[in-house]
Design a protein around this ligand. Sequence first.
Ligand code: S3P
Length: 440
Amino acid sequence: MNQRPLNVSRAQTGLQGTTRVPGDKSISHRSLMFAALAAGQTRVSGLLEGEDVLRTADAMRALGATITRDGDNWVIDGRGVGALSEPEDVLDMGNSGTAARLLSGILATQPFLSVMTGDASLRSRPMRRVTAPLSETGAVFETREGGRLPMAVRGTRDAKPLHYRLPVASAQVKSAVLLAGLNAHGETTVEEPVATRDHTENMLRHFGVNVDVEVMSDGGRRIALTGPAELTARDVVVPGDPSSAAFPIVAALLVPGSDILITGVGLNPLRTGLFQTLQEMGGDLSILNERIEGGEAVGDIRVKHSALHGVEVPSDRAPSMIDEYPVLAVACAFAEGASRLLGLEELRVKESDRLAATVALLNVNGAATTVEGDNLVVHGGGGSLGGGHVVTHMDHRLAMSAVVFGLAAEKAVSIDDTAFIETSFPGFVALMNALGAGIR
Ligand code: S3P
């Protein structure tokens, strides 16, 4: 990707108007993968047409599914759970950890060889968290040093079902194990000590698979399904991505005079930790017109400029807002008083080391932070902010967080590269400008 540097100056007027953010990334990946595993034809509306999801579409095509675009819909002719075919070439998952990890679960039980790679960011991310449990099916994974991509997978015809307790709160690992279970013989179970996003469970049910979810006495969950399972094609409606909505929402809270409405945002309760946190900070954020669309909770979010104060975010909230910490940290930098964000260990293994990169974003722009183990303290209200150069490390959410910082700061913020925004939020700068951000 060609590098795209950007300078962002303070917004001259409040953000105003009504908008819609692109489709949910998690749900979009799953819709393409699960439709490819289903018998029959699936139509998906609202699919995120970002780079990450397009990589998943290419991979599922390479594995034998037919995927085309028909007007605003995507149409997938599936192959059935055990009926994918050996790809002729390396599967390139680009920047997407979700694509690579979920696909690993599918490939573990396909009796052929696949090779998977990704860009420099993805090639630095840990895959052992999926290859360790998935190897127990009988599949063989060969990775580079440190469990990194590129990786070869020799799938097994005769997969053993897994019983796995997640050592880290990860929906990707949970999903990989469940996807392997679809084509194993017998019951697969996953236990998660803290509930993580449940789009895999919801969508598998939507495609007709029996997925059992039991809430355990410690508040965690035990998820079970029995293979071999059959998926039946069903149309999918993808809601707007709450993780994308986070950026215009925080910008509107911070830029004086703002009043915006974002329609059709996914409100799955395992994704809404940021909205709760912003309300706790004094943010004027209201959820209107709550409804169910395509099996997921959806609503419209109205946000007005607000004076924010510091907050403490408990670590058990982290899975419900794991992708939102960089932009929350930006909000905290402009809030009055200190904010304590607890239990951020998983941020170190995202598209970048997001803990280090977020700290650098804030510090270079004059906001003070303290890192205490896995906790981040942001010291808000510290006078004139901005004027720094942000290094984004191929991380879309870092780039968008830096844009939001620049819109609110006294001095302009320069950003080394905004090209990776295309992975999750195509048209981000244009959408912000339509609201009046004035980014040139
Ligand atoms: C995702 C799960 C999360 C999240 C990622 C999408 C998913 O990752 O950060 O953007 O779609 O399952 P982890 O499972 O690594 O926490």
